[in-house]
Design a binder for this molecule. Structure first.
Ligand SMILES: NC(=O)C1=CN([C@@H]2O[C@H](COP(=O)(O)OP(=O)(O)OC[C@H]3O[C@@H](n4cnc5c(N)ncnc54)[C@H](O)[C@@H]3O)[C@@H](O)[C@H]2O)[C@@H](O)CC1
Ligand SMILES: Nc1ncnc2c1ncn2[C@@H]1O[C@H](COP(=O)(O)OP(=O)(O)O)[C@@H](O)[C@H]1O
Ligand SMILES: [K+]
Length: 563
């Protein structure tokens, strides 16, 4: 897991480092600029050979200051560098101004808003290089004005013609680094654009792991803050969000750091939710009382997955298979009479129990060994309205997905009244909007100023309202507990898994979570671990994936974690 920072947290860390006397703002800016150059060369080794060109767009704050450092360093390497400034050089903050002046000794700076600025960039496709966006970083406070937006889009139009790579410093200009939302200007337009590379410093910002902000690639460069913090053994910054990442992402972090009050150790160790996976692989003996259950497989729990009627049992079977593969000792499908034959023809390792209605479910649940429930996949709205309240009354660990959520669109309060702390809700954005319409509206409203309301805020608010864990799906799945713990399971950058957008994949996720609940995982840990493994399964299988493949590839993914 990697810790993510808000703009305010990052500013506070920088300020603390500067106040300690261990480093100056100018030194941090130099390291940031050098980090950008290093990241560009790492990303495109061909740019590390010979000389190339850079078009550098600098803004009125310290992000612009970083841009002037990059311009100077590349010029010193022999690159052709053209620099454009948005704003008055006299008003630059001190460190940025110092770097503007150092650049002045090497080359001219043109006004970015000059009508001819972008067209003055020579359209020379023979000279490849970068377009660097150093206009705004974490200091962005509102959407871009129309004249700047137009100028920016003119520069962007040069990129494909000249085979430039688009690189942005810290965050793409116009993007709110706390929410990952593109801020709109007074006229309602934003500057959304997908760049090739984002280079940020010290730790990723929250926005980097929310999908709107996605560049092709993200590199996090060390600017020495960890060393300063660990020297001082002081921290006033509360741990923030975590992102569940792959091993590959962790390699962008400095490995020499031993400890830090800002959670660097976490970042080094927990690239995957490995402690939870180790627990899974070692078994969870003791979670269920063996004497009481009297059988070995029951020590791994017994999950009950509610199925829909005839012709609608596929989704529940997928979920059940997922629960079994992830390690629930036993999984039983609760099936209405009309579908018993259909289900019986399709299952082997799974078991089946006739459950016609809420009364029969209540009877079945008198068996305390059924320690985790999955409600929703293919359940049918009417059946969901009948069985969900009866199931929730037992207060067993329960996943609510699909129809178990949609059935209460007209009356979410009724569902919330029945939910309890051992529940995990797994809505996609459509289901989320039906249950939390006000929160979804706030999330989807265009934002003019930052920090804007984010998917993280929305999921946290929903979890607090529902009183249980909420997992809001997408390439940037956000998981929040009512106590505020939050993680982003990001299938972004090198961890992309677009194949997961296939019918039934959410049903398997619900099954994975249910299986982990049956194994005794607490709800937040079950949701995080299952979501992480779900993406790893998608990546491991790759193109051509269908939902049925996810449970079947899981053993390979788990085996790869056995080390
Ligand atoms: N503080 C530090 O010590 C370091 C900062 N660094 C860089 O500094 C950046 C943050 O610098 P700043 O806090 O100066 O912020 P920015 O450089 O992001 O921009 C802030 C400036 O832009 C103005 N502004 C904000 N939104 C605007 C809009 N829509 N239209 C016009 N003007 C707008 C603000 O009034 C302010 O003058 C980081 O993103 C990072 O790139 C790095 O150099 C590392 C060290
Ligand atoms: N582009 C994507 N990249 C990674 N994961 C995705 C992407 N799109 C969807 N997913 C994941 O696929 C699953 C789809 O679930 P859901 O929307 O419930 O569909 P279904 O009901 O068809 O199973 C979720 O876990 C979601 O996070
Ligand atoms: K930028």
């Amino acid at each position: 897991m990697a810790q993510l920072l808000t703009a305010a947290q990052m500013r506070a860390m920088e300020q603390a480092a500067i106040d300690s006397g261990a480093v100056t703002g100018l030194e941090l800016m130099e390291r940031a600029g050098a980090g950008v150059v290093e990241a560009v060369m790492e990303e495109w080794p061909e740019l590390a050979q010979g000389t190339h060109r850079a078009v550098v767009l600098c803004g009125p704050g310290n992000n612009g200051g970083d841009g002037f450092v990059v311009a100077r360093l590349l010029k010193e390497l022999g690159w052709t560098v053209e620099v454009f400034l948005y704003g008055d050089p006299e008003k630059l903050p001190p460190d940025a101004k110092a770097n503007f002046e150092r650049w002045q000794a090497l080359g001219p700076t043109s006004d970015m808003l000059d009508m001819d600025a972008a067209s003055s960039v020579a359209l020379d496709p023979s000279e490849d290089g970068i377009l660097l966006d150093a206009i705004f970083g974490t200091g962005l406070s509102r959407g871009l004005e129309a004249d700047l937006r137009l100028a920016l889009s003119s520069f962007r139009s040069v990129v494909p013609v000249c085979f430039l790579k688009s690189v942005n410093v810290d965050v793409p200009s116009g993007l709110c680094s706390d929410s990952g939302k593109w801020l709109v200007g007074e006229d309602g337009f934003d500057t959304a654009w997908r760049t090739d590379l984002t280079v940020t410093f010290h730790r990723p910002r929250v926005a980097h792991y929310l999908s709107d902000a996605q560049a092709q690639s993200l590199r996090v460069k060390d600017i020495g803050l960890d060393a300063i913090q660990s020297q001082r053994h002081a921290s006033s910054i509360a741990p923030g969000l975590t992102a569940l990442l792959s091993d590959a992402a962790s390699r962008t972090y400095p490995l020499e750091i031993e400890s830090s009050s800002f959670g660097a150790k976490d970042m080094l160790d927990a690239v995957a939710p490995q402690p939870a996976i180790t627990e899974l692989l070692q078994g969870c003996d003791g979670l269920i009382d063996k004497a009481e259950t009297g059988g070995h497989k029951y020590t791994h729990g017994h999950a009950l997955v509610l199925s829909g009627g005839f012709g609608q049992t596929g989704a529940a079977r997928l979920a059940a298979r997922g629960a079994l593969r992830i390690g629930a000792g036993l999984v039983t499908l609760a099936v209405p009479g009309s579908a018993q034959m259909e289900v019986a023809c399709q299952i082997t390792g799974l078991m089946m129990q006739r459950v016609e209605d809420a009364a029969e479910l209540t009877e079945v649940l008198s068996d305390a060994r059924l320690n985790a429930l999955c409600l929703g996949p293919g359940l049918g709205l009417e059946r969901a309205r009948d069985v969900v309240p009866a199931a929730l009354a037992f207060e067993r660990p329960t996943v609510l997905d699909a129809d178990a959520l949609s059935a209460f669109s007209d009356n979410p309060e009724m569902l919330f009244a029945n939910l309890h702390g051992a529940c995990v809700m797994t809505p996609h954005m459509g289901e989320f909007a039906r249950l939390f319409p006000d929160i979804a509206q706030k999330l989807n409203a265009p934002a003019k100023t930052g920090p804007a309301y984010s998917k993280v805020d929305a999921t946290r608010d929903a979890a607090a309202r529902a009183g249980c864990v909420v997992l809001l799906k997408g390439p940037d799945t956000v998981i929040a507990a009512p106590d505020g713990r939050t993680a982003i399971n990001a299938a972004l950058y090198e961890r992309q898994a677009p194949w997961l957008a296939t019918a039934g994949s959410g049903d398997v996720l619900a099954g994975f979570i249910t299986g982990l609940l049956a194994r005794g995982f607490e709800p937040m840990q079950a949701a995080e671990t299952a979501a992480w493994l779900h993406v790893e399964c998608g990546r491991s299988f790759g193109p051509g994936l269908i939902a049925e493949d996810l449970p079947e590839i899981l053993p390979k993914v788990l085996q790869s974690r056995m080390g």
